[in-house]
Design a protein around this ligand. Structure first.
Ligand code: SAM
Length: 388
């Protein structure tokens, strides 16, 4: 079934042998007559067999390795989906919403499948996975019997593959709003229009972790639908949840009501401005949570992003009561863990605070980080405690 071979140069070969799944256009030396999205055999410059990959005719990422073995079974998609689902059944027990397939982290590059109760959301982000969408839907229906499958193929990265942006039904029906539980907190998710595929599932485990530190008066900056705020509200006296999006703020209020949480105040504001205003007004918090969007979406944006991260963390540490915890995140892949720690250290010094690192965490385990592939480790989450 595999086409090819597609031949890569020495640099591409070395990369594949190191275990990296991507080969760039400039490292492909021969790919004649290969259909867009085909599964291809990959060879090194001297004919060494390197494995199998999805081929893209358009993207800078020309090959996405699927397997390094001698042969690839026809049923590889079914087998990989099965393995990914089984792993989630063991690590995400009890979560009604979680990621079932996380691209490279499940050896299914550029494929995302999220579960929201009885509904599934799918993203096919390359020609290779787009080409196998019908087969994927058949596999998911047989294995999971969902009431509906939605494709959220609106991420911009699809344009690099020459693929259009679209949102639509692939199977059954999917209502406007779906309810899911994260422990004892119920969230409403808009799978059709919400950010990501509806919720920030990559923070699922961190929401629960942060709850363990929350107490007293809590500030949740960049709250979205209240992922951190509502868990914190279960164990603290009051929570101020802040987001720049009016839609998100309305949803936080609805979610708080649905959970009977009368101690959540949702505010529409720019967190940068609000942190300054709160400090100037003399307001202080026992716990602060910061989960901004990726400030550095490219390498060129790293310096400006670092200034943004420093500013919000400096201000948060000033607002934090001594003895309190700051739970602070960065989902910019380009800001690596060590960079983020340095930014936090600098923010702490400028805030005249002494802080200890209580925990260093990452994206939830259903979003696996592929060893040796730093691109798959994007979400950092530090818990700092400001010493009294
Ligand atoms: C990573 S999401 C937060 C996810 C949320 N903490 C959760 O766990 O569900 C970032 C949020 O920040 C909001 N946002 C972006 N820029 C902002 C700003 N300057 N001030 C306030 N909110 C902002 C976005 O609307 C988005 O909801």
């Amino acid at each position: 079934m595999a086409e090819g071979p597609v031949v890569v140069n020495r640099k591409g070969e070395a990369r594949v042998l190191r275990g990296h799944p991507w080969v760039f256009r400039t490292d492909v030396v021969r790919a004649q007559g290969i259909a867009p999205g085909a599964v291809v055999r990959v060879e090194g410059p001297r004919g060494r067999h390197l494995g199998f990959a999805f081929y893209s005719s358009r993207s800078e990422i020309r090959l996405r390795m699927i397997d390094r073995g001698e042969s690839l079974p026809e049923s590889f998609l079914r087998e990989r989906v099965e393995a990914a689902v089984q792993w989630r059944e063991s690590i995400a027990q009890g979560a009604t919403a979680c990621r079932l397939v996380h691209g490279e982290g499940d050896r299914l590059p550029s494929l995302v499948v999220d579960r929201y109760g009885e509904y599934l959301v799918v993203q096919t982000l390359s020609q290779g996975t787009e080409d196998r969408k019908d087969e994927l839907v058949r596999i998911l229906v047989e294995r999971l019997h969902p009431a509906g499958i939605l494709e959220r193929n609106d991420p911009k990265v699809r344009a690099f593959e020459g693929l259009d942006q679209r949102v639509g039904l692939l199977h059954g029906t999917v209502p406007e709003r779906v309810e899911v539980d994260e422990g004892d907190v119920r969230f409403e998710a808009d799978l059709w229009r919400g950010q990501k595929t509806g919720l920030f599932l990559d923070q699922r485990e961190n929401h629960l972790m942060a709850r363990g530190y929350a107490r007293g008066r809590v500030l949740d900056g960049f709250s979205y639908h209240g992922g951190f705020a509502l868990h914190a509200a279960r164990v603290s006296s009051e929570v101020m949840a802040v987001d720049a999006s009016a839609e998100a703020v309305a949803q936080i209020a609805r979610n708080a009501g649905r959970n009977g949480l009368g101690n959540v105040v949702a505010r529409e504001a720019n967190v940068f401005d609000l942190l300054r205003e709160l400090y100037d007004r003399g307001e202080r918090f026992d716990t602060v949570i910061l989960d901004p969007p990726a400030f550095a979406k490219s390498k060129d944006a790293v310096e400006k992003a670092a200034r943004g991260y420093k500013e919000i963390n400096l201000r948060a540490l000033k607002l934090l009561q001594p003895g309190g915890c700051l739970v602070t995140c960065s989902c910019s892949y380009h800001i690596h863990e060590a960079d983020f720690e340095e930014i936090l250290a600098s923010a702490s010094a400028d805030a005249s605070a002494t802080a200890v690192v209580v925990e260093k965490r990452r994206q939830a385990r259903d979003h696996p980080v592929l060893l040796g592939v730093p691109e798959t480790y994007y979400l950092k989450c530090f818990v700092l405690r400001k010493l009294p």
